[in-house]
Every structure is written in structure tokens, then in C-alpha cells.
Design a protein. Sequence first.
Length: 295
Amino acid sequence: MRHLRYFLAVAEELNFGRAAERLGIAQPGLSQQVRALEAIIGTALFDRSRRAVRLTMAGELLAGEARAILARTDAVLLAARRAGQGEVGRLAIGYVASAAYTGVLTAILGRFREAHPDVAIEVTAMAMQQQLEAIAADRLDVCFIRPPVSLPPGVTSFPVLQEPVAIVLPESHPEAARKAVRLAALARETFITPEHAAGVSFHRHTVLACQGAGFHPRLGPQGRDFVTIASLVAVGLGVALVPQSLRCIRLPGVAYRPMEGAGVTAEMAVAHRRREASPVVRRFIALARQSRLRG
């Protein structure tokens, strides 16, 4: 590359002195480099038989090709540099549906896209357990999840949102007339939870909150997401604890009420591999850490 750059400077200036000054090197050194290139190729690139420096036919051919080679080389080096700095590349993100209506997903993605417009982003709504399986298998780079949940080996998480837990109950329920509901008043109700194992996310939140109110909840149907859960509440199959942000989903026949007293908070977290090699993913993680919200 150095030989080509030196040769091209002389080819454009047609003067070794001016070319050396342009390159910031001594003229004897430039002449030596050009002669070395001619030795590599096996033919003269400049006609030195006259006072004026002229390109030979081989030199004219090489000059055109050298410009294309150097331009392509510069583009490749720039692309590699930008990839190494996390400015270009691919990012695969999974998220639980509730991450969208909390605003946390759109807020973080919006900031990242504004800062890194050339990164290709794939965003997929997935059940939490499917996300964790996908990140462990390197099919996802980042997950938006709702702890507590057991993480695969080599995966860690950090919170990006804390929000209150609300109660969703049928609009016709007597407690729906109150501004805030005592959880103990629902001791005889059936509680609808997400499709999680015991001790995970809102299944755990529901059990612990009810036990804190003095009773063990009677668990009933399960829903694949909180919109489904609210729909089950609307048809009278029970009540549920849900993220406060679900209130933006205005389903007919349900009422969202805060819990009276101390209440419970729910967490949204970003999960990622502990030893992440991709500069793009590391940049996203760093931005997400700086974007912690409060519901």
C-alpha cells in the first residue's frame, strides 16, 4: 500500500520534489520507494529520459488501478475501524411484550438508533424463557426480561425500570369503586398469573404480595402475556397483579387500581452475556445502563 501511495503521488504531480513535499518525506527516499516498486513489477513506471517526468504505458495503467485499489482499501479499513468501535454491525434483541408499553424499550432503542444509525437491529417479542434459551444459544444478543428468573450460565442482567404493581379486576367488582384496593379484600378471589414457573416474575410477585396481606392466593388460569391476563379478568375469571404501565392498554370491562399501603414494585431488566465480544452489543449495554427509568 505504501509503494502504491508513493507512486500515485508522483504520477499525479509528475515531479518527485513536489510529490515528496506532499507526502512529507525526503525526495531520495521517495525515489528509492518508486524504484523498489518498479523492481517488484519488473518494468519502468516513469520515463526519466527527459527533463519532465512522464508515465510509461505501464505507469498509466497502474495509476488508474492504484486509485481504485487505494480507495477500496480506505473504505475497507474505515468499515473495519467502525465495526471495531461498535458503529456498524448487527444487534438481535428479544423482549417481553410488557417492555413495549412501559416505554423502556422504545426509549433505549430510540437513543441507540440515533447514536448508531448504521447498526442493523432485529427486535422480536418473545416469552421470557424463550429469550433466555436464545441468548444462551447466541441467537439473541440482549433480552428485556422481568425478574426474578433463573439466568443461564454466563448470562447476567441489570435493572432498567422499577414500577409499581397494580391490581386489575372486573369493572363490576365491588372493590373497583375504590381509588385504591386492599389486597386482603381479595383473599377469596382467584388470581390469574403469567405462564411462569413458581418463583418466577409475576407468579412470585403475586404469591409474596398476597402472603404479605395475610393469605395464600388461590391461583387460577394463566395467560401468555399481561394483555391476555387482563382479558381473562374482563370475562370474570379472576383478578390479577400486573405492571402499572398496563393501564395504557384500555380494555373494556376492567379497572386498574393501585394497591393500598406499601404495595409491590416490579422490575424490568436487560440480560446479556457476561463476556460479550461484539463492540455493537457492548455499546448497547452501556447505553442501556445509563437509561434506567422509574415507572
